[in-house]
Design a binder for this molecule. Structure first.
Ligand SMILES: [Zn+2]
Ligand SMILES: [Zn+2]
Length: 274
């Protein structure tokens, strides 16, 4: 017991010292341009002032279900047109970034560029948005990759984000709760209906993890949401498995271009085919 207390005290003393030492040896660098940055606890953590100004952080009124920015102000929860016409199988959704410009570059670098250093900072941004989505027994679950794609990429970016968010919110995370047992062809450039059809039956609950899900609220984590078809399929799987309440937390939310109705910046993207 005494030994454990001493170890805890040493760890509490040593951690800040080691962190400061690490910053001297490995000064913090901007995730986007690589310039050195001052350590900060603010939203700009991880970015130099110039890049921070050009990353579209979402603020103000947002859709309560998908996190997309809405015009105006309101004292009550509001929904965007998409969520009104296509109700989501989850209750609430939040995202710190719009999927455009330098924010989009960060998401793509994490997803396809082996930039694993982006995940801890992104998880910090996401955790700050998740306050009202979390209950005492919430389980945090990432959107899974098919095993062949995970082997090719060597990691699941959504799992890295989910583990980072769980650590910051002090909640449990189960990265393999949901399995993507059917590989789906790329959904690039497809509309919501086609994506929904393609995703049907693509997910199942890991048989050895099913007991973790029953009767619990779940926070689903993914890197980016475009139409929401993948998230909807995972959410329905969780519902079938007994989850009581579902929310989603995303690193970035793609937004339809005004008056055009198409999702911005997705023509050459691989969003939602993960
Ligand atoms: Zn920068
Ligand atoms: Zn919405």
């Amino acid at each position: 017991m005494a030994e454990t207390l001493i170890q805890t005290a040493v760890c509490q003393f040593a951690a800040p010292v080691l962190n400061r030492l690490a910053r001297v040896i490995y000064p913090a660098r901007c995730l986007h341009c690589g310039d050195m940055v001052e350590p900060t606890d603010g939203l700009s953590v991880g970015l130099c002032p110039s890049c921070w100004r050009e990353v579209a952080f979402i603020g103000g009124l947002t859709c309560d279900a998908c996190g997309v920015p809405l015009p105006g102000q309101s004292d009550r929860a509001e929904l965007c047109d998409d969520c009104l016409s296509n109700p989501r199988p989850w209750s609430h959704g939040r995202a710190p970034l719009l999927y455009k410009g330098k924010g989009r570059h960060l998401v793509m670098a994490l997803k396809h560029g082996d930039r694993l250093d982006i995940a801890p900072v992104a998880a910090t941004w996401m955790a700050r948005m998740a306050g009202d989505l979390i209950q005492p027994d919430t389980l945090i679950v990432p959107v899974p990759l098919h095993w062949r794609r995970r082997i090719a990429r060597r990691y699941n970016q959504a799992a890295l984000l989910a583990l980072g968010v769980a650590k910051r919110l002090n909640r449990p995370c189960c990265p393999d709760l949901i399995q993507r047992h059917r590989a789906t062809p790329s959904t690039r450039g497809q509309g919501r209906a086609a994506r929904l059809t393609q995703m049907q039956g693509a997910f199942r609950i890991h048989p050895k993890r099913a007991h973790l899900l029953r009767g619990r609220p779940v926070l689903l984590v993914d890197d980016v949401m475009t139409t929401g078809a993948t998230l909807a399929a995972v959410a329905e799987t969780c519902k079938d498995g007994g989850a009581t309440q579902l929310s989603v937390l995303l690193l970035a939310r793609a937004q339809k271009a005004p008056y055009i109705g198409k999702i911005e910046n997705t023509a050459q993207d691989t969003t939602e085919d993960t």
